[in-house]
Design a protein around this ligand. Structure first.
Ligand code: HEC
Length: 449
């Protein structure tokens, strides 16, 4: 369990680029996730507010808010694909391990999202006609929707804590101090952010026609930011071991900006209707970005040791394999160069069946021939003559032609015939001794001519 990846894969672009891309892609995704979650929650809350307070007035505003949920939802989901794909490439081992360990919850994201979207749609459609049905659908739909970030934060928190993997694999969900408080607070922090950014979004973009909702939204925004501080401080304690000046700097910017937001929205202060909310347009993005950066710094610090360790392992392994790699490569090149139809192999495959291993014409197929295969070990011949035989065969006998071999191959074959049988050596004198009788016959009859 201490390897980051088993594959020696090259990255499609430099690490820092991939990192930057992940940051941007995730930031965009998170922004729309927050707006979507916040919108769903606010739509339900306002519906209940109007319904329960007995204000029989039209639910137009809630309907409109829930209507915007549809667009935000599409953007959140579509923009989620990019960070998901990039994280799989960049942190494949950690990501897949965490989602594998978390598999039941991870896969339940799909039914949860489907149920949430259908139920929230139902809420939107039944707001006025059937309030009870809308209420039930809204509670279940928003509940299902808000469960999804719990799963995502859980998977990410687990991904960042490699030391918990073996324990998690063995015992599953344990109420570990190293995990649960962090996870719970991180999740609540996401919900708080969703309420804050959802409220801000609607404060700026949907109160034009319904200005009466603005004070309520402002209260929500104020409350949500306040709650964020209450959740954020203990959350920081759960990552205390990984704090450094980068993290502290980034989070401080966010805290200062959040304090300014509280100051701007302070309920007791005289209403700053005009200028007040405008400054939010700068402060809220500042909070978002600084918190995103904080989160990134922390994640980098969590993931860095494992990443470095795996890179070292990878280097070590490729160094260890380098020697064998050279060897294997050399063997392979040799194999590529080796000529399999050389003289020896051609003889064994193409001649031996008839002429036999030692050339005496006693191969395995020889007994079936009517004209016996020649004892080629006994032949003393001219090289060109043999070449002609090999090229043309001996018509009328079983001796085939070997035109399919190019000249070079036949030359190598003839080298073999030469080495094995001395085929091209000059003929030796007959070993027989000439007796006196044959000598007198020769003297009397042949020598005359
Ligand atoms: C199907 C059986 C068969 C195969 C396979 C075969 N030969 Fe022959 N070979 C013969 C026979 C039969 C003769 C005798 C022909 C004759 O009597 O004229 C012969 C004759 C020869 C001769 C003598 C020719 C001469 O004119 O004196 C040589 C040399 C020879 N073979 C070489 C080879 C070589 C080298 C190969 C393999 C590349 C080979 N043969 C494959 C059956 C075969």
């Amino acid at each position: 369990m201490n390897q980051w990846t088993d594959l020696f894969l090259a990255m499609p672009m430099p690490e820092t680029w991939l990192h930057g891309l992940l940051f941007i892609a995730f930031g965009l995704h998170l922004l729309f996730v927050l707006l979507m979650l916040g919108t769903a929650a606010l739509g339900l809350l306002f519906f209940m507010h109007t319904w329960m307070s007995g204000e029989a007035g039209p639910q137009v505003w809630s309907k409109q808010v829930i209507g915007t949920h549809l667009g935000l939802k599409s953007l959140a989901v579509v923009l989620g694909v990019a960070p998901l794909l990039i994280i799989q490439v960049r942190y494949s081992y950690a990501f897949f391990t965490a989602t594998g360990l978390f598999s039941y919850a991870w896969l339940s994201v799909i039914p949860l999202l489907i149920a949430a979207f259908l139920l929230i749609d139902l809420l939107g459609h039944k707001l006025e006609a059937r309030s009870w049905l809308a209420f039930g659908a809204g509670i279940l739909g928003v509940g299902a929707l808000l469960t999804v970030p719990a799963i995502f934060t859980g998977a990410l928190a687990l991904m960042e804590r490699q030391f918990l993997w073996p324990r998690f694999a063995e015992n599953g969900f344990t109420l570990g101090v190293g995990f649960l408080p962090h996870w719970g607070l991180r999740y609540l922090h996401i919900l708080g952010a969703a309420l804050a950014f959802g409220a801000a979004f609607h404060l700026f973009f949907s109160t034009e026609k319904h200005p009466e909702k603005a004070p309520l939204l402002r209260k929500w925004l104020f409350g949500a930011i306040l709650v964020q501080a209450v959740i954020g401080i203990p959350l920081l304690f759960t990552v205390a071991t990984h704090l450094n000046w980068n993290v502290i700097g980034a989070v401080s910017v966010g805290i200062i900006a959040a304090s300014l937001v509280l100051w701007v929205l302070w309920p007791a202060s005289p209403p700053r209707l005009g200028a007040g909310p405008r400054s939010l347009l700068a402060l809220l993005p500042l909070i978002f970005v600084s918190m995103l950066v904080t989160r990134q710094f922390l994640q980098d610090r969590f993931l860095a040791p494992g990443h470095a360790q795996e890179e070292a392992r990878l280097r070590e392994r490729s160094d260890a394999l380098a020697a064998y790699q050279q060897q294997a490569l050399a063997a392979f090149t040799l194999k590529l160069k080796t000529v399999y139809d050389n003289g020896e192999t051609i003889y064994t495959g193409a001649c031996q069946p008839c002429h036999g291993q030692n050339g005496h014409g006693d191969g395995t197929a020889a007994s079936r021939l009517i004209i016996p295969a020649e004892d080629i070990a006994a032949i003393r011949a001219d090289r060109d003559y043999i070449y002609g035989i090999l090229k043309n065969g001996t018509p009328g006998s079983a001796m085939p032609y070997f035109r399919l071999y190019e000249r070079e191959k036949l030359e190598r074959l003839m080298d073999t015939l030469s080495q094995r049988f001395d085929m091209f050596a000059p003929p030796q004198k007959a070993p027989r001794r000439t007796g006196s009788q044959s000598f007198s016959i020769w003297a009397n009859t042949c020598s005359v001519c």
